[in-house]
Design a protein around this ligand. Structure first.
Ligand SMILES: [Zn+2]
Ligand SMILES: [Zn+2]
Length: 266
């Protein structure tokens, strides 16, 4: 059976600072989007750094957004068809510290990790890592460090693996970075992703989902037995407009079936 669009596990609310806190990005409007799309599960994944428990020497503005902040979104509206879950979008600093501690694993229903946030010099990437080769090496090192962690992978997702941020402030594009990583290296990585049982996010634009170089790592992930979830990464209501087209395009491009679905909620 073809992969059904019944969830969005990467949604930001008005609490996320990077979109300017649009008040209309509230749970009522997010629920309306979910119901319009026929979705059953929605995860709010606001940006997050567990500053109480995870020390980073780096300065970044996410440090202010810990658990007590993201849970301000509660209580969620209840609905017979559509269930909200409290998640977060966690970061990794340039010393490979993960911004979420064991103490919070039980409290968070879903954790996406954005190893691909390489847009902050001095925080997630050193100033010198500007060549395509250096950036590709750093990126995969971060991804392997995530796998080396003790995270509860059955409810962890690898956020926007191919997004443009992997090439932020770099001499090339995200496609150049991806092209630099061999099939063999992707195979080693995604075999381990499948083994630990972490989900792989599908988040691409329509154009990206029609680009073979962007699709290559996901094709390899599928061969390795990885499971996939959909994540819009919407920060504002307008960003929900093309989500259906984006999801359909990538599902078709990868010929995904229900057997390929990541199911953190049973
Ligand atoms: Zn992100
Ligand atoms: Zn996000």
């Amino acid at each position: 059976m073809k992969y059904v669009i019944d969830h969005d596990y990467h949604i930001h609310s008005y609490l996320t600072p990077c979109a300017g806190h649009p008040p209309e990005q509230n749970c009522e409007n997010i629920l309306a989007y979910g119901k319009r799309m026929g979705m059953k599960d929605l995860v709010i994944t606001d940006h997050f750094w567990d500053a109480q428990n995870v020390v980073t020497t780096e300065k970044n503005w996410f440090r202010r957004y810990g658990y007590s902040y993201i849970k301000e979104i509660l209580p969620f509206p209840t609905d017979e068809e559509c269930t909200f879950h409290l998640g977060c979008e966690a970061d990794m600093d340039l010393n490979f510290n993960l911004g979420v501690s064991e103490k919070l694993y039980d409290k968070l229903e879903f954790i996406i990790v954005a190893t691909s946030h390489l847009h902050a010099p001095g925080w997630t990437v050193t100033e010198e890592k500007q060549t395509v080769a250096e950036r590709a090496e750093l990126y995969m090192k971060r991804n392997f460090k995530l796998l080396d962690s003790n995270m509860p992978f059955h409810k962890v997702g690898l956020a926007h693996f191919t997004c443009s941020l992997i090439a932020a402030n770099c001499e090339g594009s995200n496609i150049d970075i991806l092209n630099h990583i061999t099939d063999k290296e992707f195979k080693v990585f995604f075999s381990r992703v499948a083994k630990v049982g972490m989900g792989v996010e599908l988040n691409m634009t329509v154009e990206e989902a029609n680009t073979e170089e962007i699709l290559r790592p996901y094709r390899i992930a599928k061969e390795c037995g990885c499971k996939f979830y959909l994540g819009s990464d919407a920060h504002s209501l307008g960003e929900f407009d093309d989500v259906g087209e984006r999801f359909v395009t990538v599902i078709n491009a990868l010929s995904l079936t229900e057997a390929d679905k990541f199911r953190p909620f049973g």
